[in-house]
Design a protein around this ligand. Structure first.
Ligand code: R1P
Ligand code: URA
Length: 320
């Protein structure tokens, strides 16, 4: 694979370096998940897929591309509208690859909704769905653990400011999730995205010094509406907030447009509770198989229900 442009590598066909997609392969409406197996389950809801086909395979009616870096893209239609499903793996770096590389090869406004799994710090039970209106980042303060930590030893974990989801996407997700799962299984609140499944999610590990025994208390004190912990949503909301409606001109690159209210990406997220952190319960395989397709349907319904935004403000990348 030969790439050009070290600033934003693309191959000769115009495929991005990590996600491996090119113009025309992705829809403006995208559902993103962590697990490729979840992407395949969700693809069974798309138009023209034979429900009797093998559960673990992608229908030949759909476009699909598996990249050499573990991203899986599936594109088809839902109720006639083009949609894509992209499985990205785990963590904020993977979300960064995904959002930036997809943005680079899609023209016009985009809506991106994450359907993930999470741990619940609240009363949300395993199998329930949480739809966060906003998300903050929980980062391990590496300096705190350094040999010479005198300068920056304030706290072992650093909590960022919150970034918001698109309010209409959130309200639509709550409504459609409630229709699929019942009001009492759907929660709306605040998410915390952690940079580890372990230390910065307050898991106790006797093999490492983590100083995280008080972390849950700190999170709830910092943001009393904190419901969930997972590993990607913050970056999706953050990048949507910093997305521009047109490529930045050279002179405005220094002073970023993050304060503008116009963005080319509308973002939302919802997550299935896999781990109940207060009771220490973990979801069963059967519950995952029951909830995933219902939640997926609610996300597809939301993706096609919410307008993409002003399509006259096309986001055409250089050279397109
Ligand atoms: C950890 O097990 C993973 O599960 C959650 C976390 O965000 C992390 O990626 O989401 P996914 O199920 O979408 O991967
Ligand atoms: N995903 C996470 O990141 N944390 C959990 O506890 C469960 C799923």
């Amino acid at each position: 694979m030969s790439m050009s442009n070290a600033n934003f590598p693309m191959d000769a066909e115009g495929r991005t370096y990590h996600v491996g997609v090119k113009r025309g392969e992705l829809a403006n409406r995208i559902i993103t998940v962590g697990d490729p197996a979840r992407a395949i389950v969700l693809s069974r809801t798309l138009d023209g897929v034979d429900p009797s086909a093998p559960v673990k395979s992608i229908s030949a009616n759909l476009f699909s591309h598996a990249s050499h870096r573990g991203f899986l893209t599936i594109t088809g239609r839902y109720k006639g509208t083009p949609v894509s499903i992209v499985a990205i793996g785990m963590g904020v770096s993977m979300m960064d690859f995904f959002v930036r590389e997809c943005r680079a090869v899609v023209d016009g406004p985009m809506t991106i909704i994450r359907l993930g799994s999470c741990g619940s710090l609240s009363d949300a039970k395993v199998g329930d769905i949480c739809v966060p209106s906003s998300s903050y980042l929980v980062q391990r303060n590496y300096d705190y653990f350094a040999e010479d930590s005198s300068a920056s030893s304030a706290s072992p974990y650093i909590l960022s400011k919150k970034f918001d989801a698109d309010p209409e996407v959130t309200a639509t997700l709550v409504k459609n999730m409630s229709a699929q799962l019942g009001d009492n299984h759907v929660w709306n609140g605040i998410n915390a995205t952690a940079d580890s499944f372990y230390s910065s999610q307050g898991r106790q590990d006797e093999n490492f010094v983590d100083n995280n025994q008080e972390l849950f208390t700190e999170l709830v004190k910092y943001e009393p509406g904190t419901l969930t912990l997972e590993m990607e949503t913050f970056l999706l909301y953050h990048l949507a907030r910093t997305s521009t409606v047109a490529p930045l001109k050279e002179e405005s690159k220094v002073k970023a447009a993050a304060t503008s209210n116009k963005h080319s990406i509308r973002a939302g997220a919802c997550m299935m509770v896999f781990a109940q952190r207060k009771s220490n319960e973990f979801i069963s395989k059967e519950d995952v198989a029951r909830v995933e397709p219902l939640a997926g349907k609610a996300v597809f319904d939301s993706l096609v229900e919410v307008s993409l935004g002003d399509e006259s403000e096309l986001h055409a990348t250089e050279g397109s």
